[in-house]
Ligand binder design. Structure first.
Ligand SMILES: *Cc1c(COP(=O)(O)O)cnc(C)c1O
Length: 432
């Protein structure tokens, strides 16, 4: 079909980068450590396509890990940014843009009555748990194995030796003492959840969850899981935090909370609301949000928070996703991709599980259903790695890890999906 691609510029750049940047990258997954090979260095992008330093073209299913729901270089976003740059880069003082975006977010996500803009998803989740603890006067946090909530100390905790034992730190440099304040439960396990609340209910400050897990591949919640969680939090007066940094304005205009019709107490946002600029946000009930400084005793701040360039990218992106049928179309495209993957697997006798919600898809080389991190780990990740490189060499840029979701943008049309599926089927045959 196509000659083997040349990656000589990327190879040269990664060698140089490794001299000056730890591992040559500014975020670990970019290193290709999971799949092997040379990370691709990109130079520009347009719509659903990426172009690397060697001049290779790729159809993009990473979308900068979620923000690029409009595809790259959307003309309205770019033109709004040009205008904004001509006015000012940063004030460190209030602007009308911040009021506009806050009002827009509160309108689109009714569980959010007040919102604080920040610079990353990590900041938003870090503040969310501090706020949950400050508001309840309790320390214990529940999180779920396989969910990722950024890299603040309190959230780099994985499961301990048993489901109901306290967690262990998942990074060097995080004090073990922090793990004693965290229970890490298996995702989609209603019994473990009920047991944890039965045993510790009065100590639980909050529960943080990805309402669709997207950081162990895409693993949607099983029926009843989120509702049970909502009920238990209400009953025990624990703060329910939906980490919608990935799912917010991606799976539905109102996020996963609208898609599943479950209202959290606090919501963290990022990715899409920044439209490609560094943005995070924390929002929720007025009663809880009023505990944040300067109104309340829970401290949080940011030199560049609410930055006018970032707010412009976010506001313009939100304006586009509120166009009629935006999410309906995204849902149709994603479903066509998911169904096509399964058909290709059937025709080539490839054991495969596929999960999807609008804008997110994952495949797992496994003949068993995937409900949690143990299931993901039991899937054939070596086969994924062969698949990844087969796809890359045919111009399809997938997340370089078996544990990451693919992202679909509104620039992925029927033609892009059909092109992808034809290549998928060929690669399934090639890797056997
Ligand atoms: C990406 C992500 C984060 C972290 O956001 P950053 O902007 O990378 O700090 C937190 N939670 C979820 C669910 C994410 O997908």
């Amino acid at each position: 079909m196509s000659a083997t691609r040349v990656y000589s510029q990327s190879q040269k750049l990664i060698n140089l980068a490794k001299q000056y940047i730890p591992g040559g990258v500014n975020s670990p997954v970019r290193s290709f450590n999971g799949v092997g090979g040379t990370p691709v260095f990109f130079s520009h992008a347009k719509g659903a396509y990426l172009y690397d330093e060697d001049g290779n073209e790729y159809l993009d299913y990473v979308g900068s890990w979620g923000p690029m729901i409009l595809g790259h270089q959307h003309p309205e976003v770019i033109s709004a940014l040009h205008t904004a740059i001509d006015k000012a880069l940063s004030f460190g003082a209030p602007t009308k843009l911040e009021v506009d975006i806050a009002q827009k977010i509160c309108t689109l996500m009714p569980s959010i009555e007040m919102v604080r803009m920040q610079n990353s998803g990590t900041e938003a989740t870090m503040t969310a748990i501090r706020l949950a603890r400050g508001y309840t006067g309790r320390n214990l946090l529940i999180k779920f194995e396989g969910c990722y909530h950024g890299h603040s100390d309190s959230l780099l905790i994985k499961a301990g030796s048993g489901a109901l034992t306290f967690g262990q730190t998942s990074s060097a440099g995080v004090p073990e003492e922090l793990a004693k304040h965290t229970l890490c439960l298996p995702y989609n396990d209603i019994n473990a959840l009920s047991e944890a609340f039965a045993k510790h209910g009065a100590e639980i400050a909050g529960v943080i969850i990805e309402p669709v897990a997207g950081n162990m591949g895409c693993v949607p919640p099983v029926p009843g899981f989120l509702q049970t969680l909502r009920d238990l939090c209400t009953q025990h007066r624990a703060v329910l935090i939906f980490d919608e940094v990935m799912t917010g304005f991606r799976v539905d205009l109102g996020g996963a909370q609208a898609y599943y019709d479950i209202q959290p107490d606090l919501t963290t946002l990022g990715k899409v609301i920044g439209g490609g600029m560094p943005v995070g946000a924390l929002g929720g009930k007025k009663e809880i949000m009023s505990y944040l400084a300067p109104l309340g005793p829970v401290y949080q701040a940011g030199t560049l928070s609410g930055n006018p360039i970032a707010m412009t990218a976010g506001l313009t992106t939100l304006k586009q996703v509120t166009q009629p049928n935006f999410y309906q179309n995204l849902k149709t495209t994603t479903q066509a991709l998911a169904e096509g993957l399964l058909s290709a697997a059937e025709r080539t006798h490839t054991p495969l599980q596929v999960y999807h919600v609008p804008g997110m898809v994952s495949l797992f080389f496994s003949d068993k259903a995937i409900r949690n991190l143990d299931d993901v780990k039991a899937s054939n990740t070596e086969k994924f790695n062969a698949f990844f490189h087969g796809m890359l060499n045919k111009g399809i840029y997938l997340p370089p890890s078996a544990y990451e979701t693919w992202f679909v943008s509104c620039m992925h049309t029927e033609a892009e999906i059909q092109k992808t599926l034809a290549i998928v089927e060929q690669v399934f045959k090639d890797i056997g």
